[in-house]
Design a protein around this ligand. Structure first.
Ligand SMILES: NC(=O)c1ccc[n+]([C@@H]2O[C@H](COP(=O)([O-])OP(=O)(O)OC[C@H]3O[C@@H](n4cnc5c(N)ncnc54)[C@H](O)[C@@H]3O)[C@@H](O)[C@H]2O)c1
Length: 384
């Protein structure tokens, strides 16, 4: 079993994140932000050459830039200083096989979303995680923002009264044209059902919006009524989604996700309305949370302000006015994952904190994708 040696940092092995990749390098930066984790190994790409090139970019020992993930697990297991966990940042179809190989080799897993490419696979993942007893984290990035934690704390405190309505939108415009046919690396696998799974826009960003609703409100979605569309001719998966939701306390909600909202960048916005007031968080202005009360009073809560909840302040690094963003949010999720790995090593029961999205979020996210597709096909409400 892996032990912490050397400088006392947890050693990370990454699968994916090769030359030209988007999120792998962001994981590396987030993981290393607090000096508790170090990237030491990886199977970064599909070919040995590209994996080696990535290893040089990340400045790791060349012997630990592996040609494939199975080779990485095998070789690392035998080292006196093996990796402590595996981060998965590949296209979606590899999330389950890489996670299974990691768990089998005794390594905890931090995976990017969506957890797998189907609900059935997510159930396989759930079984494998339970059997292994190892920590599993899922990087629903937005859960790492201090003001998302603030919104969550406000909902949990009951200050809003009973939650009645939720509106979440996740609008991007980068797939407004068929860029997958023009060699865009990120778009090409995302538009291939075999590598991406059956949910296009919903699998890529709808699942984040869905997670944010459940994460912030603490409620479960119980039923959905969705309309999926493929707007760009020739595209094989959905690129636009409108759906209604019912939540476990009787509240209702609406979720809109689109990657053909021309001009939009990464516009994730959540609004939660209770009997007494509401909260609104917008990803492109992540250090401010709007809280409005039924009597008309409007507050703007700022990240790092001393009046924030302990949950928000616990994930704040800088004094007020010094913006934190995406990399820092990843850093928070990796901080909590590092705590989970250390807790597991020292025999702590249930070491994954409930602030860190884990296997439950993985299974629910895949169920969301499956049931959204089912509802859209049947043109009716489906139970979650
Ligand atoms: N949490 C977030 O906010 C967020 C943001 C972007 C992407 N993602 C997720 O991260 C994952 C990667 O997305 P991306 O945009 O970085 O994709 P990308 O295409 O930029 O990178 C994928 C990387 O995986 C590598 N890869 C492919 N097959 C491999 C194999 N067999 N072995 C090792 N490496 C292999 C590719 O070479 C590439 O380097 C996806 O699951 C995506 O949904 C999450």
């Amino acid at each position: 079993m892996a032990q912490i040696v050397g400088k006392g940092k947890l050693r990370m092995g990454m699968v994916g994140g090769g030359p030209g990749a988007f999120i792998g390098p962001v994981h590396r930066m987030g993981a290393e932000l607090e000096g508790r984790i170090e990237l030491v190994a990886g199977a970064f790409s599909q070919t040995a050459e590209r994996s080696k090139a990535a290893g040089e970019f990340y400045r790791i020992d060349p012997a630990r830039a592996y040609a494939g993930y199975k080779e990485m697990m095998e070789a690392e297991r035998k080292r006196p200083d093996p990796i402590d966990f595996v981060a998965i940042v590949t296209p979606n179809h590899l999330h389950l096989p890489v996670a299974l190989a990691a768990l089998e080799a005794g390594f905890p897993v931090m995976s990017d979303k969506p957890a797998t490419i189907s609900y059935a696979e997510a159930l396989d993942m759930e079984r494998a995680v339970a059997k292994s007893g190892l920590p599993y984290g899922l990087t629903h990035t937005y859960a790492g923002y201090p003001l998302v934690r603030e919104a969550r704390a406000i909902c949990a405190s009951g200050m809003l009264g009973k939650i009645r309505k939720v509106a979440v939108e996740y609008f991007q415009g980068w797939l407004s044209r068929a860029v997958e046919a023009e060699g865009n690396k990120q778009a090409s696998w995302r538009s291939d059902p075999a590598q991406n799974g059956p949910g296009g826009c919903i699998g890529d960003i709808g699942v984040h919006a869905f997670h944010l609703v459940e994460y912030v409100t603490g409620l479960d979605v119980t039923a959905l009524n969705a309309e999926l569309r493929t707007v760009v001719p020739g595209r094989r998966l959905d690129d636009d989604c409108n759906e209604l939701m019912r939540l476990s306390n009787g509240a209702t909600g609406v979720l809109m996700a689109s990657q053909v909202a021309a001009g939009e960048r990464n516009g994730l916005r959540l609004r939660v309305y209770g009997e007494e007031g509401s909260v609104e968080w917008y990803h492109e202005d992540p250090n401010r949370l709007r809280v409005r009360w039924v009597n008309g009073l409007e507050e703007i809560r700022h990240a790092a302000a001393s009046y924030l909840s302990k949950d928000a302040l616990a994930v704040t690094r800088l004094p007020i006015g010094h913006p934190e963003g995406l990399i820092e949010a990843f850093g928070i999720l990796y901080r909590e994952f590092a705590d989970a790995v250390l807790g597991w090593k020292t025999g702590k029961a249930n070491p994954v904190p409930d602030t860190l999205p884990g296997i439950r979020a993985a299974v629910r996210g895949m169920r969301y994708i499956e049931q959204t597709i089912a509802s859209s096909k049947a043109q009716k409400w489906v139970e979650f």
